[in-house]
Unconditional design. Structure first.
Length: 748
C-alpha cells in the first residue's frame, strides 16, 4: 500500500492497566509495539526491523502455548523462505529473535505470502504466486518449538482465472468456520468460500459487485458480528473508505455495505501521529471493533475544541484548537492569511488557536492561516572571504488551512441561508476516429450535461455535472452512447475518484499488465500533498511518477503515435485536479458512470469508457488548477425589514471581496446639506441619490407631495444605492419600496 500505517490492538500484556497497540508500516518502516500512557502519549516497548530487503506484510496475535499471553505472529515478503515468524512475550516485551516455520523435511516453504488471517487456532495465508490460492494451517508452540500442522491448500477456478491480488479471510457462522478466497478485478470481487474443517469442499462462489470501492486493505480483513445475531460477517475495508460485510448462508453469498463504511476507522497515512492514532483507536472501540478502552476519559475534557475541529460554537464556548498535524511535528512558523476575528490569537507555546466569541461574532466566522513544519534539515556549504561556510537549512512543509466556525446564539440559533459554489466534474474525449455523422445519445438525469463539438475533423464528446447540486444519500447515473452498432470487441477504461479520501483509481480491462501500481505524490515531495493518491490496474509496467518545476506530474511518457486524448477534471477544495491521458486505440463507443453522494456528504465519481478493439495509454499528465469557491452564508437576523443592518457573509475557502458597483444615473440629482432634502418636480420625476445622513430625517418633495423617510429605514454608503421616486402617491413613513438594483454583468 502506498504510504499506509496499520494499527492493531488493543492489548495489555504487561498487566499495568494501560492499552498497548502494534504499529506496522510507519515512517520508521519497522514493526513497533507501543504503550499508551494516561495522557495519550506513546511509549515504545519493542521494535523489530527485518533484515535485508524483507518486509512485514501482516501480523496477528494469538496465545499459541496456552500461557495466557498472546504471541505475535507475522508474515514477511523476502528473498529467503522463512515467511512466517513468531515472537514470544517474556513478561516485559517480545523476544528479539523470532521462531520460524520449517516443514518436516527441514526445508522452508517457498511461497510469496500476502495477508494473514486467523480465527481461534486456524490461520490462513494468501498467495498470488506461484499459485493463486491460500494455505490453511494450525500453529503449535510447545517447549519453545514452533511447528505447523493440518496444512491444506484452498483454490478455486473462479479466482485462479484472473490477474488481481489474492486475499483470504476467516469467519464463523453457526459454530462452523469458513475461509473466503477473494480477488478484486475491475468493479468485481471474485469470491469463493470454503469450510475450514474441510477445505477441499467449495461451498459457494460468486462475482460480487464493489460499487466503485477500490483497493482492499487486506491487513484489516477480519470477522465481525455487525448485527449482533451471533453470526460473524467478514469485514472487507477499502482504501477508498468503504467497508463491506461478506456473509454466507444457505441462500448463498451476500456482500453489503457495512455501517462502518466511511467512518475513517482504517486508512491512515504512514506519517500519522499520536493524536490521529488515538482518535482512530477510540473510534474503533466505540464501533465495537475493540473491547479494550483507553485511559483517556473524554468526558473529563473541558468544553472546548481540544481534539477535534468543529464548525459550531455557542456563545460562552471556548475555541482551543491544536493546529499541528500531530504532537511530534516540528513547528517552524505560523502566520494569518486573513485578518482573524477580534481577540482570536495563536499561542506559540502550545501551538493552539484560542478564542472566545462574543455576541458581535454571531454568524459564520472564518480565519485563514498558514503553518510551516520542519520535515528535515540539509547541510548547505559554500565559501566567503574567510574560507568555507556551512549551515543547516530547514526543509519545510507549508499547510494552508481555514477555520470555518458557526457562532450560534444560546437563545435562538440562527438559520443560515447558504449559497454553495459550483463544483464541476467533467470527462471529455477528443479524437478523429469518431465520424461526424455518428450521433451520441444521452440517457440519464440531472444534473448531467453533455457536449459534442467538431473542430477541424476532431470530434470532442463529454459529460459534466455540478456536484454541488446533488443531494446527500443520492446517486445519479448516465450513459452517453454512440448510435452506431456495438463493436464485437471492447476495451474498458475505468476512472474512479473518491473526492473524500482523494484517491484516484484507474483500470483497463482486459488488462495490459497484471501488476497493480500505486503512487503517492506526497511521498515524492511534501509540497504535492494536495494531489490524489493514484492506483492503476491493467496499465503498462512503464508507469512512474515524476514532477516538473511547475508542479505538474508526469506518470507515463511515450513517443509513440496517439489517436485521442481523454481529459478528466475533478473538484477538490480550493483547486481542481486535471488529468489528461493520451492513447492510441479504437473508436470510443460509450461513456457511462454515476456520481454517488453518501449520507455524510462524501462524493465519488465513477466513469467507464468503452473503446472498440484496443486501448493503449501513451501519455498521462496531472496538475492542479486554483479556483475560487466562495460559500456565501446569509443569516436571517442580518436581513431585517429595513435597509439599515449590514448583510454579513464569509468565505469557506478564501477571503471574499465585496464589489461596490456604482449604477450610472443620467437623471439630475439635487441635494441639500440642510436636515431635509427637497427636489422640485420637472417634466419627468427625477431620480434621487440619497447620501447617508446621521440623526436626520430626509424629506423628498415630488409634485407638491412630501415623502418623509424615517432615519432608521435607510443607512447606506454614498454612491451605492440609487432610488427612483414612485408614483405621485404618498408613501407610508415606515417603509420605502424600490426596484432591486441591477448589477453589471461582471460584478458579484
Amino acid at each position: 500500500m502506498a504510504g499506509n500505517l496499520f494499527v492493531f490492538g488493543t492489548l495489555d500484556l504487561n498487566n499495568n492497566g494501560k492499552s498497548e497497540i502494534l504499529l506496522l508500516g510507519g515512517l520508521s518502516n519497522q514493526l513497533e509495539y507501543v504503550e499508551l500512557d494516561d495522557d495519550g502519549s506513546h511509549h515504545l516497548l519493542w521494535a523489530y526491523s527485518p533484515q535485508g530487503n524483507a518486509r512485514v506484510t501482516d501480523a496477528r496475535f494469538h496465545d499459541l502455548n496456552h500461557d495466557g499471553k498472546e504471541e505475535l505472529i507475522i508474515v514477511l515478503q523476502s528473498n529467503n523462505n522463512h515467511w512466517l515468524n513468531v515472537f514470544e512475550w517474556n513478561g516485559k516485551t517480545f523476544s528479539s529473535n523470532p521462531k520460524s516455520i520449517e516443514n518436516g523435511d527441514g526445508k522452508a516453504d517457498k511461497i510469496r505470502p500476502g495477508n494473514l488471517a486467523g480465527s481461534g487456532n486456524v490461520f490462513a495465508v494468501s498467495m498470488s504466486t506461484p499459485t493463486r490460492s491460500a494455505e490453511l494451517f494450525s500453529l503449535i508452540l510447545e517447549d519453545g518449538n514452533l511447528r505447523k500442522s493440518n496444512s491444506q491448500t484452498i483454490s478455486a477456478a473462479l479466482v485462479n482465472n484472473g490477474y488481481g491480488p489474492v486475499y483470504v479471510g476467516i469467519f464463523s457462522s453457526d459454530r462452523e468456520s469458513f475461509a473466503a478466497l477473494m480477488s478484486p478485478e475491475g468493479d468485481g470481487l471474485k469470491t469463493s468460500v470454503f469450510s475450514a474443517s474441510n477445505p477441499g469442499e467449495e461451498l459457494a462462489s460468486d462475482l460480487l459487485v464493489m460499487n466503485g470501492a477500490r483497493v482492499i486493505l487486506s491487513q484489516y480483513i477480519q470477522p465481525f458480528d455487525e448485527n449482533k445475531d451471533g453470526v460473524d460477517e467478514l469485514l472487507v475495508p477499502f482504501e477508498t473508505g468503504e467497508v463491506y460485510a461478506l456473509a454466507f448462508s444457505e441462500s448463498g453469498l451476500t456482500f453489503t455495505e457495512s455501517k462502518l463504511s466511511q467512518a475513517d476507522l482504517f486508512k491512515m497515512k504512514s506519517s500519522a501521529g499520536e493524536v490521529e492514532i488515538n482518535r482512530t483507536i477510540l473510534a474503533r472501540i466505540e464501533n465495537g471493533l475493540y473491547d479494550s478502552i483507553l485511559k483517556t476519559d473524554r468526558n473529563n475534557v473541558p468544553d472546548s475544541l481540544l481534539f477535534l475541529v468543529t464548525d459550531t460554537l455557542m456563545l460562552g464556548d471556548t475555541l482551543n484548537i491544536f493546529i499541528l498535524p500531530d504532537s511530534i511535528s516540528d513547528f517552524y512558523s505560523f502566520n494569518w492569511r486573513a485578518v482573524p476575528p477580534d481577540k482570536m490569537h495563536f499561542n506559540p507555546t502550545d501551538y493552539k488557536i484560542e478564542w472566545v466569541p462574543t455576541r458581535d461574532h454571531i454568524g459564520v466566522v472564518d480565519a485563514s492561516y498558514g503553518l510551516s513544519i520542519r520535515i528535515k534539515e540539509e547541510l548547505l556549504s559554500g565559501e566567503d572571504d574567510f574560507g568555507d561556510t556551512h549551515r543547516m537549512h530547514p526543509i519545510l512543509q507549508t499547510i494552508d488551512s481555514s477555520l470555518v466556525i458557526l457562532v450560534s446564539d444560546t437563545i435562538v440559533p440562527p438559520k443560515p441561508f447558504v449559497l454553495v459554489p459550483s463544483r464541476f466534474h467533467r470527462i471529455n474525449i477528443s479524437t478523429a476516429d469518431i465520424d461526424e455523422n455518428d450521433r451520441f445519445v444521452f440517457e440519464g438525469e440531472t444534473p448531467f450535461g453533455t457536449s459534442s463539438i467538431n473542430t477541424g475533423g476532431v470530434i470532442s464528446i463529454g459529460v459534466s455535472a455540478d456536484l454541488s447540486t446533488i443531494k446527500q444519500d443520492k446517486t445519479s447515473a448516465f450513459n452517453f452512447k454512440s448510435s452506431s452498432d456495438m463493436p464485437d470487441s471492447i476495451v474498458t477504461l475505468s476512472l474512479i475518484h473518491d473526492l473524500d479520501s482523494n484517491i484516484l483509481y484507474m483500470s483497463i480491462f482486459p488488462p495490459r499488465d497484471t501488476v497493480p501500481q500505486s503512487f503517492d505524490p506526497e511521498g515524492l515531495s511534501p509540497g504535492l500533498y494536495k494531489f490524489p493518491e493514484y492506483f492503476f490496474e491493467g496499465f503498462p509496467s512503464t508507469l512512474s511518477l515524476d514532477s516538473t518545476p511547475s508542479g505538474q506530474l508526469n506518470i507515463l511518457s511515450s513517443d509513440q503515435e496517439i489517436s485521442g486524448t481523454i481529459s478528466l477534471s475533478s473538484p477538490l477544495h480550493s483547486q481542481d485536479h486535471e488529468l489528461t491521458l493520451s492513447y492510441f486505440g479504437g473508436r470510443p463507443y460509450a461513456i457511462r458512470g454515476d456520481i454517488n453522494v453518501k449520507e455524510n456528504g462524501s462524493q465519488k465519481t465513477i466513469t467507464e469508457i468503452d473503446f472498440e478493439s484496443s486501448f493503449i495509454p501513451q501519455l498521462i499528465d496531472a496538475w492542479l488548477t486554483p479556483v475560487s469557491r466562495d460559500t456565501f452564508v446569509f443569516h436571517t437576523d442580518s436581513i431585517p425589514d429595513t435597509l439599515k443592518a449590514n448583510t454579513n457573509f464569509h468565505s469557506f475557502y478564501a477571503p471574499a471581496t465585496v464589489l461596490k458597483e456604482k449604477i450610472s444615473i443620467e437623471e439630475t440629482v439635487v441635494s441639500d446639506q440642510s436636515p431635509a432634502v427637497k427636489v422640485e418636480a420637472e417634466m419627468q420625476p427625477p431620480t434621487v441619490e440619497i447620501p447617508t445622513i446621521d440623526s436626520t430625517d430626509i424629506q423628498t418633495t415630488v409634485f407638491d407631495s412630501v415623502v418623509t423617510v424615517p432615519v432608521d429605514s435607510i443607512d447606506t454608503s454614498v454612491d451605492t444605492l440609487s432610488i427612483a421616486p414612485p408614483e405621485t402617491l404618498p408613501v407610508s413613513s415606515d417603509s420605502i419600496k424600490t426596484d432591486a438594483p441591477i448589477a453589471s454583468p461582471d460584478s458579484t
